[in-house]
Ligand binder design. Structure first.
Ligand code: CAA
Length: 285
């Protein structure tokens, strides 16, 4: 079964740029589609920064860096993805935005192309339903920072063809060098179903005044050997994304445990979204 050599990525925020990077570093031809020109500019510089990091740490050579950049192009038109065998959607974590991308991709791509979503928490079947090819729709969920984290969750729906599940698993493992876990199509899949309640609990703990942000984080770093504490991790993920994940999970399970706490909502409303906006639970300016 052939793997994919020409891929498309829709969206070039934190996740889209990271996915494009790992694909380009794996030798694939990558086209990144993003409507907003400012987002294209920041996605491109994110990609360059990350490749430069790889160069500095000896993970790739100058030649490999150039080749990865050369293999990656950007467009503002989804129609430019025609001819891609696989397109990975990584736009904002909102159902309407994702469904609209899926609908348009369905019209543009060849009938046998695979459309995958990097959604963290939206049921894949809801996105598949926006297309005429639900058997060729699958979830492929990466983790941030994409070049660093070794896991990819693969999420087939009730309608995904087993051939597509196998193709995307082979792609993630053999082509991209990731490790795959297979998850059922339930909001949060495996990792976020466990991680999201932990993260929002940390926000509730801060809100309740149990400890300072620094001490909550220190507790988990030094007490449980996590690479970073929950509040710093929320800043890395982006508070808006975290809120959307919590909302989707609450919508699915109706468990108070998943509901976004007021402090998280207030911080998102204030635009303090974490690292990407310069301020979240910590200051990055
Ligand atoms: N791009 C590329 N490489 C990066 C990077 C980035 N954005 N950030 C870090 N790295 C690389 C560095 O170059 C470095 O590589 P070398 O060891 O070869 O030099 C390595 O990662 C370690 O980086 P640092 O020394 O700068 O920092 P660190 O050791 O503190 O690690 C971290 C930083 C990788 C972010 C680490 O703290 C970590 O793994 N944190 C947990 C992150 C996590 O839990 N992610 C999952 C979030 S959940 C998610 O993504 C799913 C979702 O749906 C929300």
């Amino acid at each position: 079964m052939g793997s994919f050599s020409k891929v498309g990525v829709v969206g070039c925020g934190l996740m889209g740029a990271g996915i494009a990077e790992v694909c380009a570093r794996a030798g694939l031809d990558v086209v990144v589609a993003e409507r907003d020109p400012a987002a294209i500019a920041s996605g491109r510089s994110r990609l360059i920064d990350s490749l430069d990091r790889g160069l500095r740490s000896g993970k790739l050579t100058e030649q490999e860096r150039e080749a990865a950049l050369h293999r990656t192009s950007f467009t503002s038109e989804l129609a430019d993805l025609a001819g891609r065998g696989l397109v990975i959607e990584a736009v904002i974590e909102r159902y309407d935005d994702k469904a609209s991308v899926f609908k348009q991709l369905d019209q543009v791509l060849a009938d046998d192309a695979v459309i995958a979503s990097n959604t963290s928490s939206i049921p894949i079947i809801d996105l598949a339903a926006a297309t005429s090819r639900p058997q060729r729709v699958v979830g492929v969920h990466f983790f941030n920072p994409v070049p660093v984290q070794r896991l990819v969750e693969v999420i087939p729906t009730q309608l995904t063809s087993p051939e597509v599940t196998e193709q995307i698993t082979t792609f993630a493992e053999r082509t991209l060098g990731k490790t795959v876990v297979l998850a059922r199509d339930r909001a949060g899949f495996v990792v976020n179903a466990l991680l999201a309640p932990y993260l929002v609990s940390a926000v509730r703990m801060l809100e309740a005044g149990v400890a300072s942000a620094e001490d909550i984080d220190k507790g988990m770093v030094l007490g449980c050997a996590h690479p970073m504490g929950p509040l710093r991790l929320l800043d890395l993920i982006g508070l808006d994304t975290a809120q959307s994940i919590a909302e989707s999970m609450y919508e699915e399970y109706k468990e108070p445990l998943y509901a976004p706490p007021p402090l998280l909502r207030r911080m998102v409303a204030a635009g303090t979204l974490g690292r990407k906006s310069g301020r979240g639970f910590y200051d990055y300016t």
